[in-house]
Design a binder for this molecule. Structure first.
Ligand SMILES: Cc1cc2nc3c(=O)[nH]c(=O)nc-3n(C[C@H](O)[C@H](O)[C@H](O)COP(=O)(O)OP(=O)(O)OC[C@H]3O[C@@H](n4cnc5c(N)ncnc54)[C@H](O)[C@@H]3O)c2cc1C
Length: 359
């Protein structure tokens, strides 16, 4: 099969953008394009927006199963946050300490250098609020995975997207002047390779490294018994040097969350990589054991589950805010361009939108 031929370059600014992925980078990018008067279609494979800013709802309360909190350094991120003040709250219980494998403090919490924020009532609230203008403009397609990007069959100057939806229903969306990929680097590389497009971008993507993360979520309603404030340690968040566990946080200490004591435990990048293919019961048992060693909590949880993030944190970023080719009008953004934080995703999405509208 011949390689897909990109549309020829046109002088006028693109007017209909496809943004693939509705994580924070995709949402920031699409909103900026919409505000600038462009037509946008955001296509997301899962049933909700937010990507790695995820919330798991259970009968015992919610868990922030992806990003735990965010910090704000870029004034443009601050400005965007100020447009939806109700969607975030400060998490003051974040004097984060470092623990040895047995849960002893080896590094005392330092005075908080910058505020830690969480979405309210859950982490997903922020992407949900920011995606609302896209929903209002009927610009968001959920449960739709993009399988291939190719030249539009009816207009060689545009792109079309081959997608699959629930029950593998196939569809072709034509008529895009530009296509922007807002997804983890390895997913972007696979999509471009499958579409036989942008080999130079694929090469750049190969330099990016992302680590997986197994996440354990636990609920202990027994801590609501009279006279028992909570189980185990006095602290609410800690980094750990246990070989299995990198981070532990008491979800119920976050503002506006339910009262049932709940913990989220993130496995270390090394351990998650080594155990990536393990089955869930095995991972759950091992992480539960490590949790007991670090916190001293040996009570049986009423709720326990694990979630595997195949691409979680960036270990080696691209080192520039986005990739954009004005000739073929293809672009890429995501946290991995700049780093591993929620704010990096926002800045990358914003900067790609600015570059693509200047082209
Ligand atoms: C366990 C964990 C803990 C974290 N903790 C923190 C933290 O405490 N603080 C912090 O600042 N950051 C944290 N992060 C990182 C933070 O979540 C990310 O930096 C940020 O959410 C990335 O946003 P993004 O839009 O770049 O990518 P994503 O959120 O990954 O969004 C990409 C979207 O693209 C969609 N997609 C992919 N392929 C396709 C396709 N072919 N078709 C359609 N849709 C597609 C995906 O479904 C997804 O919704 C954490 C991440 C994880 C996983």
């Amino acid at each position: 099969m011949p390689a897909a031929r990109p549309p020829t370059s046109r002088k006028s600014a693109p007017s209909h953008f496809a943004v693939i992925g509705a994580g924070l980078a995709g949402i920031a990018c699409a909103r900026t394009l919409l505000q600038a008067g462009h037509r946008v279609t955001v296509i997301e494979q899962s049933g909700s927006v937010g990507g790695r800013i995820g919330t798991r709802h259970t009968p015992f309360g919610s868990f922030d199963c992806g990003a735990q909190f965010f910090t704000v350094r870029d004034p443009r991120f601050q400005q965007a946050l100020d447009t939806t003040p109700q969607a975030r709250r400060r998490w003051s219980a974040t004097a984060v300490r470092v623990l040895d494998p047995l849960g002893r403090v080896i590094e005392a919490p330092r005075p908080e250098l910058e505020p830690h924020w969480v979405g309210a009532p859950d982490m997903e609230a922020l992407p949900r609020a920011w995606a609302q203008p896209l929903v209002d403009a009927q610009a968001l397609l959920l449960l739709t995975r993009v399988d291939r990007i190719e030249p539009d069959a009816l207009d060689a100057n545009r792109w079309q997207l081959r997608t699959s939806g629930p029950h593998e229903t196939a569809h072709v969306y034509p008529g895009f002047d530009a296509v922007l990929l807002a997804m983890p680097a390895p997913h972007a590389a696979t999509l471009l390779e499958r579409s036989r497009l942008a080999p130079v971008f694929v090469e750049r993507l190969a330099s990016v490294e992302m680590a997986p993360c197994w996440t354990l979520m636990l609920a202990f309603p027994q801590a609501l018994q009279p006279g028992l404030a909570h189980l185990g340690p006095q602290w609410n968040a800690a980094r750990s040097t246990h070989h299995r566990v990198a981070w532990l946080a008491r979800e119920s200490s976050k503002p506006g969350r339910g009262p049932v004591e709940r913990w989220t435990v993130q496995a270390s990048a090394n351990w998650s990589t080594e155990h990536l293919a393990d089955d869930e019961p095995r991972v759950q048992a091992k992480l539960l054991k490590a949790f007991a060693e670090v916190t001293g909590i040996r009570a049986q949880p009423a709720h326990a589950e694990v979630r595997r993030w195949r691409y979680s944190r960036t270990l080696r970023p691209l080192g520039r805010p986005h990739l954009w080719d004005p000739q073929v009008r293809l672009g890429l953004c995501g946290d991995w361009c700049l780093g591993q934080r929620v704010e990096h995703a926002f800045v990358s999405g914003l900067e790609l939108a600015l570059a693509a509208t200047l082209a």
